[in-house]
Ligand binder design. Structure first.
Ligand SMILES: [Fe+2]
Length: 363
């Protein structure tokens, strides 16, 4: 509380020492709000109160700033395009456990806010925001964070942050990917189990093709999160069989690899994973999306995930009659060199026959 180092404005590198021991502690506050005027009013007020303040327009932007800027307090709207405040809160709780989160909500969403309070949110504010009340809850949130730090949780938080930046693609990245899958599960019941099966098969394909352990692990993590961007796609589109989508809906659906990649691409050390995620719907003949890459221009991890993803959709998918593993392998083989890399297709046959994984996936 006393003798604190304060950070001015939005530049965390520019610091001044507070010499007055009774002066309020200056902290980093992140505002997550899609409405521009509300965002600007809140940021101006918080800076005037002596805190450093940054803003994010959506949850994806906020997650990037959580990693790069490490705010002490997040003040987040609930209803936002794409990932909403509830999903964002879950990810912050999991990966930045000492960060205090204040929820802003309208009268119609109070039950959501109360639920988040039960799960550990510091406080909630009803819109329109009363600025003196905002000041009070921020001070309280800062005090809570200090208490958690003093209680020894600070060590765990600092351990978690470098793991997200790590380039060794270890267990911590899997935990991060699993957190994202939890958010996806809020939108799509089958999304998580599909992702786990695809990750399992993609990893085995990579292993059978003798890729290095770090590459195999990167492909596994990329496969886990390949469809996380569907969080940002309207439910009306997600619930339709692909064949029934209108051209406009199809265009929107085709943005999901970009949305998935955006979650991880700003994180240092995760470029390989982001590239594999972005291109998992490219075709070997250049007729895929989002970029129409062809052949070896498609990252190898994406070519492996494309085969694993298609196999899983054919055997376990909800919007087509289920194939047997043998039928799926045969159909994929006919697309060798067209939709899929001709080097990966034969390996699918080896992996499925060797492991009998289809039976284990049904458990
Ligand atoms: Fe996908």
């Amino acid at each position: 509380m006393v003798g604190a180092t304060a950070v001015e404005g939005n530049q965390p590198g520019v610091a001044r020492v507070v010499t007055d021991p009774t002066a309020p502690v200056s902290r980093r506050i992140l505002i997550v709000e899609d409405d521009t005027s509300t965002r600007e009013v809140l940021a101006k007020f918080i800076k005037k109160e002596g805190h450093a303040c940054a803003t994010a327009t959506d949850a994806s932007d906020a997650l990037q700033q959580m990693t790069s800027w490490q705010p002490d307090v997040v003040v987040s709207d609930v209803k936002m395009p794409g990932m909403d405040g509830l999903q964002l809160f879950g990810l912050i709780r999991q990966h930045f456990p000492t960060t205090s989160v204040i929820i802003m909500t309208g009268y119609g969403s109070v039950s959501d806010a109360v639920e988040l309070m039960k799960r550990g949110a510091s406080d909630y504010l009803l819109k329109p925001i009363h600025l003196p009340q905002l000041k009070a809850v921020i001070e309280d949130a800062i005090a809570r964070k200090q208490a958690r730090e003093k209680a020894g949780q600070n060590g765990a938080a600092h351990a978690a942050r470098p793991e997200l930046r790590s380039a060794d693609h270890g267990v911590s990245l899997e935990e991060f990917a699993n957190g994202l899958l939890t958010a996806l599960r809020l939108r799509m019941d089958e999304g998580r189990s599909h992702a786990l099966r695809v990750a399992d098969l993609a990893h085995r394909l990579a292993e059978a093709m003798h890729l290095a352990p770090t590459s195999r692990q990167a492909i596994r993590v990329a496969a886990l999160i390949h469809d996380v961007g569907k969080i940002g796609i309207d439910n009306a589109i997600l619930s339709k069989p692909a064949a029934e989508l209108t051209p406009e809906e199809e265009l929107i659906f085709h943005t999901h690899p970009l949305l998935s990649a955006r979650v991880v691409e700003a994180m240092p050390g995760l470029k390989q994973i982001a590239e594999a995620v972005r291109h998992h719907h490219e075709r070997f003949d250049g007729e895929g999306y989002p970029d129409g890459l062809m052949g070896t221009a498609i990252p190898f991890g994406a070519r492996i995930i494309a085969v694993a993803n298609t196999y899983d959709r054919m055997v376990f998918g909800a919007d087509a009659p289920a194939c047997t593993p043998e039928q799926a392998i045969e159909t994929i083989a006919t697309e060798s060199g067209k939709a899929f890399d001709f080097r990966v297709c034969p390996v699918l046959n080896q992996v499925v026959e060797r492991t009998g994984e289809a039976d284990s996936w049904l458990l």
